[in-house]
Design a protein around this ligand. Structure first.
Ligand code: DO4
Ligand code: MG
Length: 278
C-alpha cells in the first residue's frame, strides 16, 4: 500500500482503491507498534473515494512530519571509488576506503521537513559549489522501535566540490535548503524488497538524456537492518526516522547538474520521483 500527501489531504492507495485519510498523521504512523496494521484499520474506516482513478492532482508533498532524514554513505563500491577520486588532491581518499570496509557505517544528518521537497518540486544546487550531483537512494521508513516498515525514493543532492575539498565539510556538501527530496509516496509493502530490486536514475537536459544509470540493492555492501541498528544506537527517535541508504549510481566525473535539469529516479515497487533543478 502507498500513502501520498497532497495540499488537499492524505490518500492511501490499496489494491486499486483510493482512500482519503481525513485524520491521518505521519507522526502517529511512525510511532505506531504495527504501522501496516494501522493503515489497514484506517482503510476499513474510510470510504473508497475513487476506485481505480487516482485522486492525485498538483503538487505531491513529501511524506513527512517531524521525522528527521538521515543518510548512510559509501555503502556501494561505486560510491567509495567516486569519493576517493574527488578527494584525492586533498589527500582525503583514504578516509572513504576505510569507511567502506569499517564495521561502523557512515551515517549523517541530512534533512528535516523544512529542507525537504516532494515529487515534481524543485531541488537546489548551492551557489558556492561548482560540482553537483543527485544521488538516488532507497530510503527506509523506520518506526520508533527501530523497525523498518516502509520505503520511499530519496534524492541526496550533493556538492562534490565541497565534499572533495575536505571530508570534514560533509555537512555543508549535504545539508542546505532544498538539498533533499523524498517521495513520491511512502510505500508500506507486505515484505521487504529483494536484492534484485533495481534503482535507476535519469537526468534530462534540454529534452535529451544527459545521464542515465542503474544499480541493484544486491550491490550494497551492508544490510539495511545493520544501518538502522547503528542509527538507533543510543539515539532514540520517538517519532521514527527516514534513512537514505547510499548511492550506487554516480555520473561521470565531468558531469555537473545545471539549473533546469530534470531528475527522475525509479524504484519499481515504489514508483518514480521527479524533480527539476531550480
Ligand atoms: O561520504 C560521503 C557521502 C556519501 C553518500 O552520500 C553516499 O554514498 O550516498
Ligand atoms: Mg548519498
Amino acid at each position: 500500500m502507498k500513502i501520498y500527501r497532497t495540499l488537499d489531504s492524505t490518500f492511501l492507495n490499496l489494491e486499486d482503491n483510493w482512500y482519503r485519510l481525513e485524520s491521518f498523521s505521519f507522526d502517529n504512523l511512525f510511532s505506531s507498534d504495527a504501522p501496516r496494521d494501522r493503515l489497514f484499520d484506517l482503510a476499513r474506516r474510510e470510504y473508497i473515494i475513487s476506485p481505480q482513478e487516482s485522486p492525485l492532482r498538483g503538487t505531491i508533498l513529501p511524506p513527512i512530519e517531524s521525522q528527521e532524514i538521515w543518510g548512510a554513505g559509501v555503502t556501494y563500491f561505486k560510491s567509495r571509488e567516486a569519493r576517493m577520486e574527488e578527494s584525492e588532491s586533498a589527500k582525503g581518499g583514504d578516509f572513504y576506503d576505510k569507511v567502506y570496509y569499517a564495521e561502523r557505517p557512515e551515517l549523517f544528518f541530512k534533512a528535516n521537513a523544512p529542507r525537504v521537497v516532494g515529487h515534481k518540486d524543485q531541488v537546489a544546487i548551492r551557489r558556492d559549489s561548482s560540482w553537483n550531483v543527485p544521488e538516488a537512494e532507497l530510503t527506509l521508513a523506520i518506526n520508533h522501535h527501530g523497525e523498518i516498515f516502509g520505503y520511499a525514493i530519496g534524492n541526496d543532492m550533493s556538492s562534490r566540490s565541497i565534499e572533495g575539498e575536505n571530508p570534514l565539510y560533509l555537512p555543508q556538501a549535504k545539508v542546505y535548503e532544498r538539498s533533499c527530496s523524498i517521495g513520491p509516496c511512502l510505500c508500506v509493502p507486505a515484505s521487504p524488497p529483494p536484492p534484485s530490486t533495481i534503482i535507476s536514475l535519469c537526468i534530462s537536459r534540454d529534452g535529451t538524456v544527459a545521464f542515465s544509470g542503474e544499480t541493484t540493492l544486491s550491490q550494497m555492501k551492508r544490510e539495511l537492518v545493520e544501518l538502522v541498528e547503528y542509527l538507533f544506537r543510543q539515539n532514540p527517535f520517538p517519532n521514527g526516522a527516514y534513512l537514505m541508504t547510499g548511492t550506487g549510481i554516480i555520473p561521470e566525473s565531468d558531469f555537473t547538474l545545471r539549473s533546469g535539469d530534470e531528475i527522475s529516479m525509479t524504484i519499481d515497487f515504489i514508483g518514480t520521483l521527479e524533480n527539476t533543478v531550480g
